[in-house]
Design a protein around this ligand. Structure first.
Ligand SMILES: C[S@@+](CC[C@H](N)C(=O)[O-])C[C@H]1O[C@@H](n2cnc3c(N)ncnc32)[C@H](O)[C@@H]1O
Length: 210
């Protein structure tokens, strides 16, 4: 965890979010129970930068929440690019569609409402970039399910891999902490990829399929 002071400094020295994302952040804090699930300013800008760097034709996001990550990633898509995003909570649909519309990105985003475990298997596409950001217990499963759908040289980003730093504290052995440790170990031992674990926010693993 970084201090509020450092967070403020990071924000002051990073480009500000667009008005649509600023309003989405406010709305997410006002209307949802766990607003901290949202990517937010710094991570959102990082996702946007990554997307601009890779210029992916196809992005898959697992876990949309209110759409902050989806908008950030979709901003970097080229004209003919598409982001597929999967969210199981149907109550979020109106918020997601509204923000995509306001950001002018509705045509570039395919929102799938359903359980990622089932929906990923139905996808008949390959991806340049996959952002895993749904239920932590299933990260390893999602990694296995998407792996063959990631193009060679493509990237997988996994959020929250430090899980409030519980992964390095042996007193925590809850299901989610154990799942994150297993996921990190699995990726670190996978010779088909190279990866870097960044201490951004709650830990972001950037994986490249070799
Ligand atoms: C951390 S939030 C996603 C944040 C978002 N990616 C962002 O960048 O702002 C996790 C989301 O995953 C969704 N989720 C959890 N389990 C899921 C599943 N099995 N299938 C699809 N979505 C799921 C939750 O409802 C929640 O909205």
């Amino acid at each position: 965890m970084i201090s509020d002071e450092l967070e403020r400094y990071l924000q002051e020295h990073s480009s500000p979010p667009c008005e649509t994302l600023r309003n989405l952040e406010r709305k997410t804090y006002l209307e949802t129970l766990f607003p901290r699930m949202m990517s937010g300013h710094i991570q959102g800008k990082f996702l946007e930068m990554i997307s601009f760097m890779i210029r992916p034709l196809r992005i898959l996001e697992i876990g949309t929440f209110t759409g902050y990550g989806a908008v950030s990633l979709a901003k970097g898509l080229p004209e003919n690019g598409l982001l597929v995003t999967i969210e199981q909570n149907r109550e979020l649909e109106d918020t997601i569609r509204e923000v995509l519309d306001k950001a002018g990105l509705s045509a570039k985003v395919n929102l799938i409402l359903g359980n990622a475990r089932h929906e990923i298997e139905q996808l008949d596409d390959t991806f340049d970039l996959v952002f895993i950001d749904a239920d932590k217990e299933n990260y390893s499963l999602y990694y296995d399910l998407v792996f063959d759908k990631v193009k060679q040289g493509g990237f997988i980003l996994a959020d929250n891999v430090l899980w409030s730093q519980k992964v390095i504290d042996p007193q925590f052995n809850d299901v989610e902490t154990k799942a994150m440790r297993e996921f990190n170990k699995k990726v670190a031992g996978d010779e088909r990829v190279e990866q870097v674990l960044l201490p951004m926010r709650d830990g972001l693993m950037l994986i490249r399929k070799i």
